[in-house]
Structures are given as C-alpha cells and as structure tokens.
Design a protein around this ligand. Structure first.
Ligand code: PLP
Length: 395
C-alpha cells in the first residue's frame, strides 16, 4: 500500500496478511486438485480443506462437522436465516431480529416478510444494546428463529449474546448470530455462548475476500441454500474455494493466538483518538458504548457538517475512513443504525467511522486528529447550520 495512505476502514475489509497469503499460494498454482477427485492431487486438496475446517472448529470450540464453508458472510447469513425459517415453517412463521443488523441480515428478513413471514424488529437503546427483556416479551408460540448480531459494524456495540441466546434456548427457539465483526476481535466460543448458528467472513480478519463459514450446531436442521453437488456433506453444493478456506483458517488461527495483544493495540489507538477529539473539537458525540465496543471502532458524529464532505477532505489528506457503513455509502439515506440509536437525520449525516487495524500507529492517530480539527473547523465555517447556531446562541 502507498506509504502516504492511512487506512482506517478495517470494518469494511482488511488486507490479507502476508503469512496467510503464503499459505494460500500453492493451492492456486500447484495443488489445484478438486477436493472431490479421488486421485492424489484431489486428495491433497481434500486434506487441506478438512484441516482448515478442523482449525476453524478448534477456534470456535466446535466440532469440525459443524463448520460449513460459504462464499461470504452474506451467504452464511442468508443460509442461516432463510434455511432456518423454511425448515421450521410447520412450527410457525414468526421471526425476531434487531433494528441495527447488517443489510445481509436485515434484507433477508425483508424478503421473508414478502414471503408471508412475520418479523419483529427489536429496538435498541441509545448505545445500541438490545434489551433482553424485549426479546423475552417478543417470543411467541410460533417464533422459530432469533437473529441478533454479535458486534455492530457501524458503532461497534457488543451485544450480550450469551444472555440473549439463553432466552431463545429456554423457549426452544433457534438463535443465530452474525459474528462477522466479532471474529478476530473477541474470543468467540459457540458452546459458551449457546448459539445454534453463527456466521463469519474471512476478509474482516486479515483473510481473503469471497469466503466465509456458517457454524450449524449438531442436530439443528436448516434447509439447503445451494443445490448441486454433494459438497459440504450434501448441505452446500459448489466446488470448495480451497485456497480461500485455507486462508480463512490461517487468519483465524493467527487472530485467536494474538487476541489480547491485538485488542490492547486497537484499544490504545481508539482511546487516543476519542480522548483527543473530545478534548479538541466541540459539538461531537461518540456513538455506541465507551466500553462494550469493538476495540478498533470509533464512530463520531460532528454537529453541523456533512459526513461525505468530511470523508472527501480526509481522503485528500490520505486518510481512508468511512461514513457510517460501507454498505450505505453511495446512498443518501442516513444509516439505519444511527437512526435506531436515536440520532436525528442531521446528526446522523455528520458521522464518521474510523476502524483501526494492526498496522495503524499512534503517530497516525495524531495525524488524523490534527486533520479532523482543521477540516471540521473549515466545514463549520462554511455551514449555514453552524452560522445559525452561533447567531442564536450568541457565541
Ligand atoms: C461485512 C459484513 C457482512 C458481510 O460479509 P461479506 O463477506 O462481505 O459478504 C455481514 N455482516 C456484518 C456485520 C459485516 O460486517
């Protein structure tokens, strides 16, 4: 990457770690056999895929036969939600999720509503937390699935998943969590959490794009999503992304071995950014909870300015960040997450998401702060909203 570029959008995607890429390489060029082929070259690929499955299962505290490879986090979410909804249609058509899910989850439920399912969208409080009592009250006799994300991709809020999953389990309702942002940041263990279905995606934890996995607890039946060959024990057809799953396993293994150190590094950078911005820039708020948030996530709303202008001006200084969520950029609608935590459209529009990664440094944080002070000041000088505010408050 260009040395002059400061990449602080790791929630959108990460680079592939060089060590991870080295492990993947032979499976593109030399060891290219189809894992379903029975000759030596095929068996070699099969062995590598099963080894990757075991490594991922070990990280999660799951059994290898509970791990199914997919082509993305989005596919894992779609499969879990639609697969569980249709598999249990005789029991009922009521499903529960939260208002702040990623679009990969939210739009699945939108689709299912059109298909005749009933969906309850649990609200969140001003920090982005789902209230377990709300979940308790929402479960009905015909509820078949609850899907609540582990950690939010925009504001970093980490949900009390163990408590929420226990409520669903007690009522005999399946529990899915989109753990795409949590993986690599949190020591996720499926049995400790008590979840039935869990989605992940490699490109959010220094693995390659285009590969993910769905954990399906033993005994849980969901409908197939892909139809075709007998891959993934007849549940997910399609020739395995051999290099991809090897990369995903290597990246996850590395992440689990370095969780504490990684968390400490990211937390140091985030705290430095939050503290400096709060000290030096007025009329700014931190979105999400100060403590129970992803260690590398900082989401700020600057009053009186447009997040898009802020982003463009940061980009001119070599700083690559995000406004709200990568999935909503390009559209003018304010983020559904920021609205759900109670922000006005105006405040939501002035938001900036910075997500740190392992290569970021304290010097970079200081450079970002200097530029934020300057750019926010400039934009406010040009803002009619700010002018209005200053006139009214007599400042
Ligand atoms: C990135 C992301 C996804 C989608 O994963 P892809 O592999 O990019 O399809 C789903 N959920 C969350 C929370 C994410 O951050």
């Amino acid at each position: 990457m260009d040395k002059n570029i400061i990449y602080v959008d790791h929630a959108a995607t990460t680079y592939v770690k060089p060590e991870v890429f080295e492990k993947m390489k032979p499976y593109f060029t030399e060891l290219f056999g189809n894992p379903s082929s029975i000759y030596a070259l095929g068996r070699e690929s099969r062995k590598a895929v099963e080894n990757a499955r075991s490594e991922i299962a070990f990280c999660l505290g799951a059994h290898p036969t509970e791990i199914y490879f997919t082509a993305s986090g989005t596919e894992a979410d779609n499969w879990a939600i639609k697969g569980a909804a249709y598999a249990n249609i005789k029991k009922g058509r009521h499903l529960i999720t939260s208002a702040i899910e990623h679009h990969a989850v939210l739009h699945c439920f939108g689709f299912l509503e059109k298909e005749g399912f009933e969906v309850t969208y649990l609200p969140v409080d001003e920090k982005g937390f789902v209230n377990p009592d709300d979940l308790k009250k929402a479960i009905k006799p015909d509820t078949t699935l609850v899907s609540i994300m582990f950690a939010n991709n925009e504001i970093g809020t980490i949900q009390p998943i163990k408590e929420l999953a226990a409520i669903a389990r007690e009522k005999g309702v399946l529990f899915h969590t989109d753990a795409v942002q949590a993986m690599g940041n949190i020591d996720v263990k499926v049995n400790d959490l008590g979840v039935d279905l869990l989605s992940m995606s490699a490109h959010k934890f220094y693995g390659p794009k285009g590969v993910g996995a769905l954990y399906i607890r033993k005994g849980v039946r969901i409908n197939n999503f892909m139809h075709g060959g007998a891959q993934e024990r007849n549940k997910r057809a399609g020739t395995e992304n051999v290099a991809g799953v090897i990369g995903m396993a290597a990246a996850l293994k590395f992440a689990y071995e370095n969780l504490e150190e990684y968390n400490r590094h990211l937390r140091k950078l985030s705290d430095r950014l939050i503290d400096s911005v709060m000290e030096r820039i007025p009329y700014v708020r931190l979105n999400g909870d100060r403590e129970k948030r992803l260690p590398g996530n900082v989401n700020l709303s600057f009053q009186f300015i447009e997040g898009e202008s802020l982003l463009l001006m940061l980009d001119m200084k070599g700083i690559q960040a995000s406004s709200g969520s990568a999935c909503t950029s390009g559209s003018l609608d304010p983020s559904h997450v920021l609205l759900a935590i109670g922000l006005s459209h105006e405040t939501a529009h002035g938001s900036l998401r910075i997500t740190f990664g392992e290569r970021n440094t304290e010097e970079e944080v200081d450079y970002i702060v200097e530029n934020l002070v300057e750019i926010v000041g400039k934009l406010r000088q040009m803002s009619p909203l700010y002018e209005d505010f200053v006139r009214k408050s007599g400042k």
